[in-house]
Design a protein around this ligand. Structure first.
Ligand code: BTN
Length: 270
């Protein structure tokens, strides 16, 4: 992949490492953190044209064919309390949502905490990992993919399949990090997500709708509504995100629950 020098004008990017092929850009980021001197690592962006072992949340894989998608990891060292760090994931979802809307007029939704959807199918996922005080922000986007294998075609789509447009991946990466830089600086100042709450809730696919909260250990087991109701899980009303990025849910008995990402996944059947 060929980047212009303008990528270095984005305040959050100091250094760029590009691979034609690697196992996982998050793995490369981990290795860099473990083998480099601390001042060299923060704000390094690692991008790959394809990944042979792309990873998603909950142990899933992320399909990463060559020439089609964006696979990248940004290393950050934020001066934040540990409890605030998960907010970075929500910020990056907003950065992708904004970039697609602002530069390409592509409307998306967010599935809390950090999947980007079009027509209820996923076009982007985010895997945030923490290691030795660093945050690895791993972003995968299905950009120009023409097809998906049968196993995932019900749940995954690409920007090309949804809009008919072929996008330049390097430009889209710059656009996303231009947006992310501004959001991240504001977050470091305010240390809460109030400044994006309305925008996030407007984009949230489940806002004001009934959802199921699935415990992490069941997330790869309960894959349909039949399974879910058979496991005695009750639905609750999704009321948007809190200033810390938790999902606010109202149960049928009126009780409010603040759900943290990492502990659960969310299902909806609307
Ligand atoms: C998910 O959908 O559960 C998250 C997917 C995250 C995929 C990206 S691609 C770049 C980075 N490297 C990885 O191995 N995973 C993330």
């Amino acid at each position: 992949m060929q980047f212009n020098n303008s990528i270095y004008e984005i305040p959050i990017i100091n250094k760029l490492i590009v691979y034609d092929e690697t196992d996982s850009t998050n793995n490369r980021a981990k290795l860099l953190i473990n083998t480099s001197s601390p001042e060299q690592v923060p704000n390094t962006l690692i991008v790959a044209d394809c990944q042979t072992g792309g990873r998603g949340r909950a142990g899933r894989s992320f399909s990463s064919p060559s020439g089609e998608g964006i696979y990248m990891s940004l290393i950050l060292k934020p001066d934040l309390d540990a409890s605030d760090i998960s907010g970075i994931t929500l910020l990056s979802a907003i950065a992708i949502y904004r970039a697609l809307n602002k530069y390409h007029n592509i409307k998306t939704n967010i599935k809390w905490p950090n999947d980007i959807l079009i027509s209820n199918k996923k076009i982007s996922g985010i895997l945030t990992e923490y290691i030795n005080g660093y945050v690895i922000l791993g972003i995968g986007i299905n950009v120009n993919n023409k097809e998906f294998n049968q196993a995932i075609s019900d749940v995954a789509t690409s920007l090309f399949l949804e809009t008919g447009k072929t996008l330049n991946r390097e430009n889209l990466i710059e656009e996303i990090f231009t947006e992310f830089s501004m959001l991240y600086n504001m977050f470091l100042k305010t240390q809460n997500l109030k400044f994006i709450t309305k925008e996030y809730n407007d984009a949230l696919i489940s806002y004001n709708k009934d959802i199921y909260i699935i415990p992490q250990e069941l997330t790869n087991v309960l894959t349909n509504t039949y399974n879910i109701t058979n496991n005695n899980l009750e639905s609750c009303l999704c009321m948007g995100i809190s200033p810390k990025g938790e999902l606010i849910c109202r149960h049928n008995d009126g009780r409010l629950e603040l759900v943290s990402s990492g502990e659960v996944s969310i299902r909806h059947n609307f």
